[in-house]
Design a binder for this molecule. Structure first.
Ligand SMILES: NC(=O)c1ccc[n+]([C@@H]2O[C@H](COP(=O)([O-])OP(=O)(O)OC[C@H]3O[C@@H](n4cnc5c(N)ncnc54)[C@H](O)[C@@H]3O)[C@@H](O)[C@H]2O)c1
Length: 469
């Protein structure tokens, strides 16, 4: 068998699709509830969920909840490092998807090796879902590639340049094995944003000269950590994992974890990655917090043609909230996001820089009551369709670049330096090595420790210029 040929059971799935007149174009049927078309065990795609928190549970629900036109699916194994997280996820999924939930206690795994045990329940062509903090992506992905599994992994996928290179290399290995790999930058799958991208390509706003993106809100997730959040029974490592947005090695910090979407979606509209950036940032209110994040960031990214992306991030209560992104061209403005990742009020074009209703010339949604397609559903429909049709599908390189461009913005703010993408990709600071993560057990020491005052290392712009701490 040629290495690019699909595994035999996948070609049978594909043949089944071809021969089933009913679902000649699965995508066209997306969202329509069809009767069960086939329930033979051979055609069932098995899923394993690794990282059973909020998003992991959501991603599993998105996978199981798609129409039967995408073929039979079953969740068969789950893994986490905290029992309460796994229990919560089991409770929510087993109730809602009773007929597709087949995870008995002996396939519910706790521990750092749980990912291996969960993936052991899958066969080639099944899907592993990775929704742990990003620090574990490369280790889990490597194992999935070895086992010939398709993957859905959450963003971001790299916290620093060395991990971005590693993920790109793994992505290439996955391609050689014809594995389908999706990354949770779901806005790319939003039909409304795809429509907007197409309009921009056709010249609806002229050449893009600058873009703006905002993510400003009060404290979210585990970004700010004070010592009282540590439970006495928790080890240092488990404490850090439970507060993963607070630590650069685990998440790339709040900057990478929260801001990647808007940075990625604007770069998509421009069809380019920035070549350099400079940035500001600081911690206005630190209070008792001991984490590594700033509470405000501003980044000016520059593209090869001189166009700019201005990014504003603030995590501060009591200030103006904003969650939006816009592409400004010579002839008008495209609204990429407004209010949330959902299409909501976005996917619109205005014919001048003044976004008054009378200047609107295009909208993906044709009426105010039209239901916006949900990008979290779309990304699963696209992956499942690629698997069923055995079409090439690999989002790793693009997502690794989005992760690296995001990390470059954070690096510029944390060091106070202007940096080119080329130079950033040569930066050697690696927050956690593959070996450290691969060998991690519940008793391991984490890659960073607090100082004698209980504080973790923080960036010092202008003092530390080539590393973030
Ligand atoms: N695409 C999106 O819009 C979106 C939204 C939210 C979160 N996310 C991403 O999903 C990931 C998880 O975020 P979340 O909000 O669900 O966090 P969460 O804390 O709710 O879930 C993470 C889970 O992973 C578990 N975990 C940690 N290390 C593990 C390991 N080594 N093995 C197994 N399990 C492990 C944790 O115990 C936890 O249950 C992050 O990368 C985040 O950026 C994406």
């Amino acid at each position: 068998m040629n290495e690019n040929d699909p595994p035999p059971h996948l070609s049978s799935r594909r043949d089944f699709i071809k021969t089933s007149g009913k679902i000649a174009a699965v995508g066209a049927l997306a969202g329509i509830d069809l009767p069960l078309v086939h329930a033979a065990e051979d055609n069932t795609i098995k899923l394993a969920l690794i990282g059973c928190g909020g998003r992991g549970t959501g991603a599993a629900a998105n996978a199981l909840g798609q129409s039967e036109a995408f073929g039979p699916r079953k969740l068969v194994a789950m893994a986490d490092v905290f029992q309460h997280k796994l229990d919560g996820s089991v409770k929510s999924l087993e109730k809602k998807y009773a007929d597709k939930f087949d995870v008995p206690k002996d396939r519910q795994h706790i521990g750092f090796d749980g990912y291996q045990k969960a993936m052991d329940s899958l066969k080639e062509g099944d899907i592993a879902i990775f929704a742990t903090p990003l620090a574990f992506r490369a280790v889990h992905f490597k194992h999935a590639i070895d086992k010939g599994l398709n993957v859905f992994m959450e963003k971001p996928i790299a916290a620093d340049a060395p991990s971005a290179h590693r993920m790109i290399a793994l992505g290439e290995e996955a391609k050689k094995k014809n594995l389908k790999v999706a990354v949770g930058l779901m806005v790319r799958h939003c039909r409304g944003r795809q429509g907007l991208h197409e309009q921009i390509e056709k010249g609806a706003i002229g050449d893009i000269t600058f873009m703006r993106a905002y993510r400003m809100h009060g404290p979210q997730g585990s970004a700010f950590t004070d010592p009282s959040m540590r439970k006495p029974e928790m080890s240092e490592l488990m404490f850090q994992i439970s507060r993963f947005h607070s630590f650069l090695w685990l998440s790339g910090g709040l900057f990478s974890d929260f801001y990647i979407h808007q940075i990625d979606e604007t770069c998509w509209m421009k069809n380019a990655w920035p070549v350099k950036c400079q940035a500001l940032g600081g911690r206005h209110y630190r209070e008792k917090n001991i984490d590594q994040n700033f509470d405000h960031y501003q980044v000016e990214y520059t593209f090869a043609d001189g166009a700019k992306l201005f990014f504003y991030g603030r995590t501060m209560a009591g200030c103006k909230d904003d969650f939006s992104s816009f592409a400004h061209g010579q002839k008008g403005v495209g609204v990429i996001s407004l209010g949330s990742h959902h299409l909501a009020k976005a996917g619109k074009i205005y014919k001048t820089q003044d976004m008054k209703p009378e200047n609107q010339i295009w909208s993906f949604l044709k009426t105010p009551d039209e239901k916006a397609p949900d990008p979290y559903e779309m990304e699963w429909q696209d992956l499942l369709e690629a698997i069923r049709k055995n079409e090439p599908y690999n989002e790793v390189e693009r997502a690794a670049k989005a992760s690296a461009v995001t990390a470059m913005g954070r690096f510029a703010a944390h060091t106070g330096q202007e940096v080119t993408f080329e130079d950033y990709m040569k930066n050697e600071q690696q927050f956690a090595t593959l070996e450290q993560v691969e060998k991690m057990t519940m008793d391991s020491e984490p890659p960073i420790k607090a100082d004698k005052d209980g504080k973790y290392p923080v960036p010092q712009p202008g003092i530390l210029r080539n590393r973030e701490y």
